[in-house]
Design a protein around this ligand. Structure first.
Ligand code: URA
Length: 302
């Protein structure tokens, strides 16, 4: 359950974490909530490091430190993850940019002419994402194919045609939704993106989702579903139900956006290979439509 904590304490913690970063310490571990008093001072000393203690060796500063550590043990540590103190210390460039279109622009600029993973070697264009920056509904695919790589836009090939028809069948236009992929560069020969490629690129996808703040995210296929949900199950096991979804790194206490609901369905390329599964995919989309209050158009689209 999200907890709030005192702004002064938050600031003090942010300063302390920044201090650790300057020392080159980035990993933090939650301590047991109660330590015997005799261990408390030793533990506090270990935690701040001897350099810090020797520079703050007066009784007053040591007792302040003990108080801070006690407060941290009892109240703050469980809220660090929930309120994402690390986001406060090293905010993303789009932090505080309320307009989704502007935030997406900042994220795109941060992505730059990316060479963070090996996929850049074979790409023609980075395929960032397309659509309504304030969309209620977002589709996430796997990665660009040849057509997308050539045009710099997701889902413009055959699978994209089918996705467009699925969107129309829902009573929406392609321009109403936002479409992105787990990886932004085409994997060679359209192979499945490798785990290191997904890990490198998915923070950008998470930031896109956090900027758009959709009501619903639909994961198209197993790669999108597994990366978004951090689950390794089969697509058959993952689809047919809702998940609560908050992108990694998004603030835990954002009153403007509690997070999205996430549904999983078949990838359109899979449906082209096995059209018998279209009925099951339509059930998934109907679940989404019901939640969003969308009436299907009178005449169904093929
Ligand atoms: N397949 C995907 O997963 N994404 C695209 O953009 C195109 C095909």
């Amino acid at each position: 359950m999200p907890r709030t904590f005192d702004p002064d304490l938050r600031r003090a913690l942010a300063e302390r974490v920044r201090y650790y970063h300057e020392l080159g310490i980035y990993d933090f571990y939650r301590r047991e909530p109660r330590l015997p008093d005799s261990m408390e001072t030793a533990s506090a000393a270990a935690e701040v490091g001897s350099a810090s203690l020797s520079s703050t060796s007066s009784r007053a500063s040591q007792s302040e430190l003990r108080e801070e550590m006690a407060a941290r043990k009892s109240a703050v540590v469980p809220t660090i993850a929930e309120d994402n103190i690390f986001e406060i210390v090293t905010p993303k460039p789009e932090h505080g940019v309320a307009d989704p279109a502007a935030a997406l622009k900042v994220i795109r600029e941060d992505l730059g002419d990316c060479t963070r993973c090996k996929l850049y070697k074979g790409r023609t264009k980075i395929v960032f994402g397309v659509g309504n920056p304030s969309a209620e509904l977002m589709f996430v695919g796997e990665g660009p194919g040849a057509d997308e790589d050539a045009q710099g836009e997701p889902f413009v090939g055959r699978a994209g045609q089918l996705l467009n028809n699925m969107i129309l069948a829902m009573g929406l236009q392609r321009e109403d939704v936002y479409i992105a992929n787990v990886v932004k560069c085409r994997p060679p020969g359209n192979r499945t993106p490798e785990p290191d490629e997904c890990e490198t690129c998915s923070p950008f996808l998470m930031r896109q989702i956090a900027a758009i703040k959709p009501k619903v995210v639909v994961a198209l296929g197993a790669t999108a579903a597994r990366n978004l949900l951090a689950m390794n199950s089969s697509l058959g096991d993952l689809r047919g139900r809702w998940y609560d979804f908050k992108p990694a790194g998004a603030p835990g206490n954002d009153s403007a956006w509690p997070g999205a609901r996430l549904a999983v369905t078949y990838h359109p390329a899979y449906l082209l290979r096995d059209p018998r599964q279209k009925g099951e995919a339509w059930k998934d989309l109907q679940m989404v439509m019901k939640y969003l209050g969308i009436e299907p158009p009178k005449k169904a689209v093929d």
